[in-house]
Every structure is written in structure tokens, then in C-alpha cells.
Design a protein around this ligand. Structure first.
Ligand code: UDP
Length: 244
């Protein structure tokens, strides 16, 4: 499949529908083509501007999905109408696909009780799901090598890393060296949602692009992150658009 991409502030973003993203990923998994899915948003872009490693990882990744509403607005400023693809939704669809196709999966991230509950909930909901590895996301650099060795011995076809950005992207980058044929996705706080620790926003908020507002009301500490990043990001996008 030929994907269309649009560069925003130097970062390529895939212009793809949710369904096409799943089909694209299925083809890659079946063909054993290693894939790193980045769920891009303005905060990750801000971090990547300051972190060369993250910058390189994003630029070399095979699929960059427009996760944040900020990205959707940035594309709109550039005259492109693109549906938002929340990483948590794409990941859940990959879980369903994994059950159907019997793909082996690994889960890494979140606190110990959260990953345990996530595993339990997924096994209840998708009884044929083949989870070959699950671990919490709290470890130091020394433990990382051992974890990567353990994961690679299990040879999962898909690795879901919910460690928050940029930790998950850097971790995935290391893990890919041992598992070049696997698919990886960094999904932030998704295990907290799957474990039932954090509620997803009601559909009205999600459909209208205001999930961030709901999450900010529920977790006010997020406000600092968003209000500092989004206006500056959109300002830069407008300047870029005017200059092109
Ligand atoms: N986390 C982790 N290891 C760490 C730091 C964070 O596993 O060293 C987990 C944390 O428990 C939470 C997730 O990473 O489940 C980060 O969630 P957040 O909502 O900050 O991520 P976002 O969705 O905003 O990227």
C-alpha cells in the first residue's frame, strides 16, 4: 500500500484512515516486516525537537498516526482533512486482530497492579489472546537489557509499550534491534484505561475532538503540559504554512 504523508514542522505524518492503518499493519505483520508505530502529538514533537535520538526514531518509523487533536488541527491548517486515530483505539483493534489471527503479543508498561489488571481484563474479554509476556513499566537502565532479552526469547509478533513518551519510543528502539521482524506501538497511558484505572472520555468528547479537555478536567496536572505546548505548536504550524 502506498501511504500519503504530510510533513508538519519536519515530521512526516501518515494520512491514513483507521481501517487502512489496520490493513497496512496486518500485511506487515503477516510478511514479518518490522514496524514501529508512532502515535504523534504536539507534546512528542516538542520533545523530539530537543532530543536527537527521539527525533531520529520518529523519522525512521514506518507508521506515524495522527493521535492528538493538535495534529488534526495542524493538518486542517494545511488544508488536509484527516480523521484522528487515537493510539489507544488502534492498539485495541490490534488486540482484537491478534486474537483473530493468533498473533503472539507482549505487554510492557504501567504500575504492577495496572499491568496485572490489564492482562486479566484482556484475557477475560479476548480468551484466545496469546499473551507471551507482560511486565510493569518501572525498571532502570541495567534491568532494561535483561527485559529486552526476555521479551526477545518469547519472540512476540506485536509489542505494546505503555511507558509514556519518550521512554517507550527509546525502549522500542532498543528492543527492535533484537526483534527486527516484530511490530511495536507506544501507547502512553492506555493500560491505565484497559485496567479501568482511568476512564476514557464519553463518546461526545471523543467524537468532537475534546477528549483532551475531559482528560485535563479529570487529571488537572495535565493542563500544564497541554497549555504550554499546543499554542506554540499551532503558531509554528501557521508560520510554516504561510511561508510555504
Ligand atoms: N510509566 C511506566 N514507566 C515509567 C513511567 C511511566 O510504565 O517509568 C507509565 C505510567 O504508569 C502510565 C504511562 O506510563 O501508565 C504514562 O501515561 P501518560 O498518561 O503520562 O502518557 P500519555 O498517554 O500522556 O503519553
Amino acid at each position: 500500500m502506498n501511504k500519503n504523508r504530510k510533513k508538519i514542522l519536519g515530521y512526516d505524518i501518515d494520512l491514513i484512515s483507521f481501517q487502512d492503518a489496520i490493513e497496512y499493519l496486518k500485511t506487515r505483520i503477516d510478511s514479518k516486516l518490522g514496524t514501529h508505530i508512532i502515535t504523534i502529538n504536539p507534546e512528542i514533537i516538542e520533545q523530539a525537537d530537543k532530543n536527537q535520538d527521539l527525533n531520529k526514531i520518529i523519522k525512521e518509523s514506518e507508521l506515524v498516526i495522527p493521535d492528538g487533536v493538535g495534529i488534526q488541527i495542524a493538518l486542517k491548517i494545511n488544508g488536509i482533512k484527516q480523521e484522528r486515530i487515537p493510539g489507544v483505539d488502534l492498539a485495541l483493534e490490534l488486540i482484537k486482530l491478534s486474537e483473530k489471527e493468533n498473533y503472539s503479543i507482549a505487554l510492557i508498561g504501567a504500575k504492577e497492579h495496572v499491568i496485572k489488571k490489564t492482562e486479566q481484563n484482556l484475557e477475560n474479554e479476548y480468551p484466545k489472546l496469546n499473551i507471551v509476556y507482560a511486565r510493569n513499566g518501572y525498571f532502570n537502565k541495567d534491568e532494561e537489557n535483561e527485559i529486552i532479552n526476555n521479551i526477545s526469547q518469547k519472540n512476540p509478533q506485536i509489542v505494546f509499550a505503555a511507558l509514556g513518551a519518550p521512554k517507550q519510543e527509546l525502549f522500542i528502539n532498543e528492543c527492535r534491534k533484537k526483534l527486527p521482524n516484530s511490530t511495536f506501538i507506544g501507547i502512553g497511558g492506555s493500560f491505565d484505561v484497559w485496567a479501568g484505572e482511568v476512564e476514557r472520555a464519553p463518546e461526545l468528547f471523543r467524537k468532537t475532538g475534546f477528549e483532551w479537555l475531559y482528560r485535563t478536567i479529570k487529571q488537572p496536572e495535565r493542563f500544564k503540559r497541554i497549555y504550554k505546548t499546543l499554542p506554540v505548536f499551532l503558531f509554528k504550524v501557521i508560520i510554516e504554512c504561510v511561508n510555504n
